[in-house]
Design a protein. Structure first.
Length: 392
């Protein structure tokens, strides 16, 4: 019995010892420095009192607004990354021993900066043109400026460039037109002075994720009983990223057709009696990003036959004329078609009054209109009487 209790005690001591061994010390002296406008370097010191048999590595995580941006396991006591401050950013470092146990994390936080602009977004029109738009915040500075750099690697960016073509609305800067070569990530900085303090907001955009190419140019050719429609691929994005919406009218009848094919062409049945008006719109696939083009200019093919035009105009015009004539006739003969009906109360009142006053009072009784009767009377000329002569 004593041996049993002694065994339990030894087991508990061993478990406690193992547990104590697994609680590793945290990294020391975590610090952060900016080595350019968009890139940071974090460094720390190795923890003390580590076991000599421990193969030490560090687990590093970066989160922004609760979303994991980066996660690495490394032996070095430093970490570099280029990022934007679009919300609170948290850097977390843990000590790891032999891939089995970790220390409590050490966290460094960069709070979200004061907002200078709202609803910041960018889109590209071609491989060399990008527009960035925003809404000025309530306390936006008058000396607001925009700068940008291209990401070269995860830890390096190109030299800072300044916007030279601003877009304005109501006297305020609301956008910037940037010309360059857009393929990878682009970092942007908006800065200015508010209440004597220099402030900045930083953003990162993936140009190929938000696109707005030029509208397609539609070509129409006739082949047999069909019309062949064709247009060029947009200049930006992969060819498999584009879908197309076709909108056309046939003899004034509007039709919409979604082209499922990734090829920039379509065929529609052709009626030689009709004129065709065609428009095409390119839509970016959700698997590739957001955006699309405007509708193309209207491409016209053929002419409507004169008989179709006459029918299309004559029938509505005739119906309209008949409606007008009907209402005119109704207004002219409304009294005959809808005579006024006297009110019964007035009739009884007139009868009572006539019995008292011994008068014939018609009141508001309905009196039919007397019809004029025409009688044709002809007078015969009476022959003159003979004059009597006295006897001689």
């Amino acid at each position: 019995m004593i041996l049993t209790h002694l065994g339990y005690l030894l087991v508990l001591l061993w478990i406690r010892e193992v547990t104590v061994e697994k609680v590793l010390p945290q990294p020391l002296d975590l610090s952060l420095t900016w080595y350019n406008e968009f890139c940071v370097k974090l460094s720390w010191n190795a923890p003390r009192d580590l076991d000599a048999s421990c193969e030490v590595k560090y687990m590093f995580d970066v989160t922004r607004n609760g979303r994991l941006l980066a996660s690495e396991r490394k032996m070095k006591t430093e970490f570099e990354r280029c990022l934007s401050l679009e919300g609170d950013v948290h850097f977390s470092v843990q000590t790891e021993c032999n891939k089995s146990s970790r220390s409590q994390p050490v966290v460094y936080t960069i709070a979200a900066p004061t907002e200078l602009v709202k609803n910041f977004y960018c889109f590209i029109n071609s491989t060399v043109d990008m527009n960035c738009m925003w809404i000025a915040a309530d306390q936006a500075p008058e000396n607001l400026h925009l700068y940008y750099s291209y990401a070269e690697t995860r830890t390096t960016v190109s030299n800072l460039s300044r916007c030279s073509d601003y877009l304005h609305r109501e006297g305020k800067k609301t956008g910037c037109h940037i010309r360059g070569h857009f393929g990878a990530l682009v970092f942007l900085q908006v800065n200015g002075t508010v209440n004597g303090s220099s402030l900045r907001n930083t953003f990162e955009v993936s140009p190929l994720y938000n696109v707005k190419p030029a509208a397609p140019m539609v070509n129409i050719t006739k082949e047999g009983t069909e019309l062949n429609l064709s247009w060029d691929y947009p200049e930006i994005g992969a060819t498999y990223c584009w879908d197309y919406i076709l909108n056309y009218s046939k003899c004034k009848e509007h039709l919409n057709k979604l082209i499922e094919s990734k090829q920039p062409k379509a065929n529609i049945p052709y009626d030689p009696r009709c004129q065709y008006r065609v428009q095409v719109k390119a839509v970016y696939s959700k698997d590739c990003g957001l955006g699309g083009s405007d509708w193309s200019k209207v491409a016209v093919y053929g002419e409507d036959e004169w008989s179709n035009i006459v029918i299309a105009i004559a029938i509505p015009s005739s119906v309209f004329l008949l409606v007008i004539l009907f209402f005119c006739c109704l207004m002219k003969h409304r009294e005959k078609m809808f005579p006024k009906i006297p009110q019964p109360s007035l009739i009884f009142k007139d009868i009572l009054n006539s019995s008292k006053e011994q008068k014939t009072f018609i009141g508001n009784l309905y009196v039919p209109v007397e019809e004029d009767v025409e009688c044709k009377i002809s007078l015969e000329n009476k022959p003159p009487l003979p004059i009597m002569q006295p006897d001689s």
